[in-house]
Write a protein that binds this ligand. Structure first.
Ligand code: F6P
Length: 319
């Protein structure tokens, strides 16, 4: 192994830069050459590839987004696109690849692995929906962003005695909504992992009103339905007026927290160690604060597990 490539793909996540830095510096530390592949799989197909030095990744550990830029690339889902990508890797004599990204990026990494090329997946997404790790890079920062927004919404909800619905990202996973709901003290959390029960939500809201509750915050994961749709259902069922706040892409930006910088640095470095040890086809992760790695093909076949203890606790504490 003489040359390692690194790319970031899919929705960007705070901490991706710290992961790129770790891959590049760890590779150079071990005497390898590091190559940055720009614009995710799109840049792999077109050969948007440049050698990176230790200095190329200076001053980025604290920056959100990704200096390698990112893209969603439908072309890489086809055998033709994958072939073009592998041809570029051969052309640049890159012997192993680190892919930093979420679900779709992992599927690309799996395809590369199935073609016999050494590739390691590093979980980077605010959604926290990657199997084989308890946490993904970017989740903690996005969580703090959401909590900050919820705290602010709570101020105005309390002043105006209003009910708010906050729509949170997460694609099909409820982690961000759940953790933000618990840490932000939301009265109700609605996530895709638990079938929506409008009747119990109605009872809960009406009981709250009876008890003299003047405001409330309901967090709805985007994987359930939009905040506006949910507001209409609440209005229909209870007559209660709500204001809706859709947090949107601000959840993906911002300087990564210390937790995300640490996670990204550790996982990025571990990915290089695996490639150096001749272990391609792996997905790295963290479990109980220990680094782990799984066969990427097997990992992708596992379901993502929501932490049910946290879900139960959120219900117990929001009575
Ligand atoms: O996967 C990250 C994510 O932000 C999801 O939470 C969200 O559903 C999606 O990406 C939005 O994608 P896009 O930026 O392509 O609209």
């Amino acid at each position: 192994m003489k040359r390692i490539g690194v790319l970031t793909s899919g929705g960007d996540a705070p901490g991706m830069n710290a992961a790129v830095r770790a891959v590049v510096r760890k590779a150079i530390y071990h005497g390898l050459e590091a190559y940055g592949i720009y614009q995710g799989y799109q840049g792999l197909i077109t050969g948007n590839i440049q050698q990176m030095e230790a200095g190329s990744v200076g001053d980025i550990i604290h920056r959100g987004g990704t200096i390698l830029r990112s893209a969603r690339c439908p072309e890489f889902q086809s055998a033709e696109g994958q072939k073009k990508g592998l041809e570029q890797l051969e052309k640049y004599e890159i012997d192993g690849l680190v892919v930093i990204g979420g679900d779709g990026s992992y599927r690309g990494a799996k395809a590369i692995t199935e073609l016999g090329y050494p590739c390691v997946g590093v979980p980077g997404t605010i959604d926290n929906d990657i199997p084989g790790t308890e946490f993904t890079i970017g989740f903690d920062t996005a969580l703090n962003t959401v909590i900050d927004a919820v705290d602010k919404i709570r101020d105005t909800a309390s002043s105006h005695e209003r009910n708010f619905i906050v729509e949170v990202m997460g694609r099909n996973a409820g982690d961000l909504a759940l953790w933000a709901g618990l840490a932000g003290g939301a009265e109700t959390i609605v996530i895709p992992e638990d079938p929506i029960d409008m009747e119990s939500i109605k009872v809960r809201l009406l009981k709250g009103l009876e008890r003299g509750k003047k405001h409330s915050i309901i967090i709805v994961a985007e994987g359930v339905m939009s905040g506006n749709e949910f507001a209409e259902k609440v209005k229909e069922l209870t007559g209660i007026e709500t204001r809706v706040s859709v947090l949107g892409h601000m959840q993906r930006g911002g300087s990564p927290t210390a937790v995300d910088r640490m996670l990204a640095s550790r996982l990025g470095a571990r990915a290089v160690e695996l490639l150096l040890a001749g272990k391609g086809g792996r997905a790295v992760g963290i479990e109980r604060n220990e680094l782990v790695d799984y066969d990427i093909i097997e990992a992708l076949s596992l379901p993502h597990k929501l932490d049910l203890d946290i879900y139960r606790l959120s219900k117990e504490l929001s009575i």
